[in-house]
Design a binder for this molecule. Structure first.
Ligand code: ZN
Length: 453
């Protein structure tokens, strides 16, 4: 890139309040441009989050493995080629708002979509089969003929104070004083100001650190801490499975999976499941970060995102330029939803005449599947997914590196509670299946111990 092109890269000025030794960011004072960027994080589907942050060190639980598995699966595992593209580059439900931001790390919308020349139905993906039998292939501008709306997430004059652990507070002297007092500062002279320019590189770093660290502002702007892979097995006693109480209508979708256990190690080595479970697992990539936090009852324990969600939710609605709930819990486009899905995720705001690009016939609003059926897959404890064909079964068994007589199989049912635990563990643990099924496995091995005595 030439120096000229470099010099026109947009940046947002940000004022940091740091301690005297300049080793810690206490808070940032931000204008609407920066607040908009932070709010856009909540609208990013997890597949996009993984993709735009993967150049930075560290892994977000095992989501990076899951994403890489999709990349490596051949196209014939999916119903259509577009299914794979959707999972790798899921469309942000608020893509058109994100495009208006000064810094936008979501590159999934290029402002174009494809329309059926006969009936006018639209798709974000080329070569989508239309309801009427034609192919939607006429490239049009996504906004249609309507004037380009420059709406953003918060109103232009909004000022906010952001803490190092990403609490979003109203920008006024009172909240700043309270914050500094809470941090143990009694004298303004103990606080120094530092001005920085935030560009796209800093934004993607900030996104990554907000998912794996409790001090993302310090990490990114003072660079005092190295980003390590902090994901580790969770202790389920400290991290209760999100409750499925308070949910309006119980969801009775269930999956049957076969766990592969090592008897000597008392642990799960992997699982074998059908394509409908893989649809569900891969569909994590299509869920916006904010909707994930909401599904997990603001107890995702993913970096600082619970703090950010909670404080954004409590900001006065008057600060927002569009519906607050639509920003923080954007939902999933109906055209990406799965037929069998134990989690209750809202539909993203409806886009009229949108076709389901996964459907080979175009005859349905929601085709409901990504993976070709019938098909069996192996999922490892750290979420590497491979198709179960005979050669890969043998290589899978070899990789496990355990004596064949040590391997046992156990069938498990997976409903909403287990599905939520799986989502949470995928984002926070490096031993996802063992976390998710811990109680059931402990029970099994304790029982067999007792029986053996
Ligand atoms: Zn048509």
């Amino acid at each position: 890139m030439s120096t000229e092109e470099k010099s026109i890269k947009p940046t947002i000025p940000l004022k940091l309040l740091v301690d005297e030794t300049k080793t810690r960011v206490l808070a940032a004072e931000a204008t609407s441009d920066f607040v908009n960027v932070l709010l856009s994080f909540l609208t990013l589907p997890l597949g996009t989050v993984v993709r735009v942050t993967k150049s930075h060190p560290g892994s977000i639980g095992c989501m990076n493995n899951l994403y890489q598995s999709i990349e490596q699966l051949s196209a014939d595992n999916f119903c259509t080629e577009t299914c794979k593209s959707i999972l790798l580059s899921p469309r942000n439900p608020l893509a058109l708002v994100c495009k208006n931001l000064k810094l936008n790390i979501d590159d999934t919308s290029n402002g174009k979509c494809f329309s059926c020349h006969y009936c006018g139905r639209k798709s974000h993906y080329p070569r989508t089969k239309c309801f009427c039998g034609c192919i939607a292939n006429t490239e049009i501008s996504e906004g249609g003929s309507q004037p380009v709306d420059k709406e953003q997430f918060v109103k232009r004059m909004t000022m906010c104070v952001i803490t190092d652990d990403l609490q979003l507070l109203p920008g006024n002297p009172i909240s700043l004083v309270q914050l500094l007092c809470n941090l143990g500062f009694s004298d303004v002279d103990q606080v120094e100001e530092l001005s920085v320019d935030v560009g796209l590189e800093e934004v993607s770093k900030l996104l990554k650190h907000s998912l794996v660290s409790k001090t993302p502002l310090t990490d990114v702007f003072l660079g005092k801490r190295k980003l390590a892979n902090i994901s580790k097995p969770m202790d389920p006693r400290n991290s209760p499975t999100p409750s499925s109480e308070n949910r309006t209508s119980p969801n009775h979708t269930e999956f049957r999976v076969k766990l592969i256990l090592s008897k000597s190690q008392n642990k799960i080595l992997g699982l074998v499941a059908r394509e409908d479970f893989i649809d569900f697992l891969f569909s994590f990539c299509t869920i916006p970060l904010g909707s994930v936090v909401k599904l997990l009852d603001l107890n995702s324990r993913v970096g600082c995102v619970d703090n950010f969600y909670r404080t954004a939710e409590s900001l006065d609605s008057e600060w927002f330029a569009i519906s607050k709930s639509e920003i923080i819990n954007a939902g999933v486009l109906k055209q990406y939803k799965c037929k069998n899905h134990p989690l209750q995720i809202p539909d993203a705001k409806n886009i009229l005449y949108l076709l389901d690009p996964r459907s080979p016939t175009g005859k349905v609003d929601c085709f409901g599947r990504f993976m070709e059926a019938p098909h069996l897959f192996v999922v490892s404890d750290n979420l590497v997914v491979t198709p179960l064909s005979s050669p890969s079964s043998i290589s899978f068994l070899k990789e496990l590196n355990v004596p064949l007589n040590d391997i046992e199989e156990q069938e498990e049912t997976m409903g909403e509670t287990e599905a939520l635990a799986l989502l949470k563990a995928s984002l926070t643990s490096s031993s996802v299946l063992n976390n998710c099924f811990k109680s059931s496995i402990d029970q099994k091995f304790n029982k067999s111990e007792v029986a053996g005595k």
